[in-house]
Design a protein around this ligand. Structure first.
Ligand SMILES: [Fe+2]
Length: 437
């Protein structure tokens, strides 16, 4: 394949798919009207039945009050499901699926962080097609089933600025029996409508802003440095084209903007500055759209081993009991070591990413790009109060083989990296991630 990273004029295809997106401070007030339009367009007359999936911690907040008053003003009858944990898991999905079957909704609305939206997506699949969720995961964890067809109309309203799940066809779930997280995707799980109101992130505590901000940063960085889309084999059947398409012209546009926004606003957003929080909200949405088209690679693959094997750890500002490491921190903690490994696979892109994140380019030598990007990431981690490596999360050198063995199961993500990692390579990245400064 002879492309300058990629060549849009060659015979490879890529597909773009997005929800109808409304972004802006105060936009949650449109939820009722948007729900009504969606229902009426599908022939619903009279009262509109809405199944609302949300987080129990949001129930007493002004965010949920605003969502409910907007829905009720639009003649919607709302049933609420909120028995969710911070990390979406298969048990919550089964409960939410039972709720959806009973509610017989015209429209499903999710209001919350990525776990809420991911639970709603997966629960719709389970409720609609009566199949346990683990059958949709790739073997050996599941049966590799495809989602058979359409779900309910879905409006996703994020209340954090990290996962971008409102704009992706992906659900990330923890399988409780395996104590491990896996991803499944289907074009049918892409929400129909996304309403992103940055005011929902005003009250996010500092650690949540840092963790979710790094999740968005990493989504963009992984998209931008992913294997080129034209290096993946593309099926002639468009239905079989996965959302993990590799770096492509569409995801590049978004990822570069996200990296620039993170370089300028991540630190101030963690400090609570409102304009910076709005910018990071926009960045997270763009990053979600980008990774919904390009896919992630090693930082996300290696985060799953960390959440699989974490023990006796709590995180400030999160209500979840031990063991708990938020997704964004589990992704960010190995990032500086990973980019030093991946840089030789896409040196110019690592250099450009470092510049967009605000690094000063001391050398134009692309061979220095891994060190340059790594140093800027470490600076951002330190300034936003992220843990200094795996040691700070309770791991030590004796855990490295088990972390590696767990994460090596994430085959598609590992294959989407610009440089293929062996298990020895991954173990060395984990070793280098024990402590960064
Ligand atoms: Fe993520």
């Amino acid at each position: 394949m002879a492309c300058h990273y990629y060549d849009p004029s060659d015979s490879s295809n890529f597909t773009v798919a997005m929800p109808r997106l409304t972004f802006g401070r105060g936009s949650l007030a449109e939820l009722g009207a948007r729900t009504r339009i969606l229902a009426r367009d599908r022939g619903v007359t009279g009262v509109i039945r809405v199944a609302l999936v949300t987080d129990p911690h949001l129930l007493p907040t002004s965010i949920l009050r605003a969502a409910l008053s907007s829905l009720r003003a639009a003649q919607c009858e709302v049933a609420i499901f909120s028995e969710l944990c911070v990390e979406a898991d298969d048990l919550s999905v089964a409960d939410a699926a039972r709720f959806l079957r009973d509610a017989r909704p015209h429209v499903v609305v999710s209001v919350g962080g990525g776990s809420v939206i991911d639970t709603a997506k997966a629960a719709m699949v389970v409720a609609r097609y009566e199949t346990p969720v683990n059958e949709y995961f790739a073997p050996p964890m599941g049966a590799g089933k495809s989602v058979p067809g359409p779900l309910w109309p879905h409006i996703a309203c994020p209340t954090t600025s990290g996962t971008g799940s409102e704009c992706t066809p992906v659900s990330v779930l923890r399988l409780t029996a395996l104590r491990c997280k896996f991803v499944f995707a289907s074009a049918y799980m892409l929400p129909d409508v996304a309403i992103v109101d940055p005011a929902c992130t005003d009250a996010l505590p500092r650690t949540m802003a840092a963790s979710t901000g790094f999740d968005a940063l990493s989504h963009a960085l992984e998209c931008y440095t992913a294997k080129p889309y034209c290096d993946w084999e593309v099926s002639a059947d468009p239905r079989l084209r996965p959302s993990t398409q590799g770096a492509n012209p569409w995801s590049d546009l978004l990822a570069k903007e996200v990296l620039s926004l993170c370089g300028q606003y991540l630190i101030d957003a963690v400090e609570g500055e409102q304009q910076a929080r709005d910018k990071m909200s926009w960045a997270a949405t763009l990053a979600g759209i980008a990774f919904g088209h390009a896919g992630t690679h090693l930082p996300h693959a290696m985060s799953y081993g960390i959440t699989h094997l974490m023990s006796d750890i709590e995180t400030a500002d999160y209500p979840q009991a031990s063991p708990f490491i938020p997704h964004g921190i589990s992704v960010a903690v190995s990032l500086p070591a990973i980019v030093r490994f991946t840089a030789p696979g896409a040196p110019m892109r690592h250099q450009r990413a470092a510049q967009l994140l605000g690094a000063t380019l001391d050398s134009t030598d692309p061979n220095a790009s891994g060190a340059l990007l790594s140093a800027r990431l470490i600076e951002l981690m330190a300034k936003t109060g992220l843990p200094n490596g795996l040691l700070a999360l309770g791991f030590d050198a004796s855990d490295l083989p088990a972390l590696t063995e767990s994460s090596m199961r994430q085959g598609r993500a590992i294959g989407n990296a610009p440089r293929l990692a062996s298990s020895q390579d991954m173990q060395e990245m984990y070793r280098q991630a024990l402590q960064h400064w």
